[in-house]
Write a protein that binds this ligand. Sequence first.
Ligand code: SF4
Length: 103
Amino acid sequence: MPRLPRIKECDVIDCFYNTDNLCHAPAITVGSPCPKCDTYLSSSEHGKPADMGQVGACHEDDCRFNHELTCHAQEIVVGHHQRHADCFTYSSEEGKGELSGLA
Ligand code: SF4
């Protein structure tokens, strides 16, 4: 199984899993049709179930980093988009072939 990509930064500070602009969810799910963080939970309380947030699954299959609904980026950045959280590392499928062979 490939190493899960870490979330190196997330500025969605009203999320339960966010402390100091860092995600602490054990494994987020990124959804579709936009690369939305489906794990985001607006909350005045904050928890740290994991040291560092990681990407568990991603349904954004037109992203160049996506293979079999799994993210193969080294790390991602999450941030505000409208009233939700999005993966800002999303990149369209163009050039996807160049990434074949990624673990
Ligand atoms: S970089 Fe692409 S494959 Fe990885 S979580 Fe973001 S949208 Fe999904």
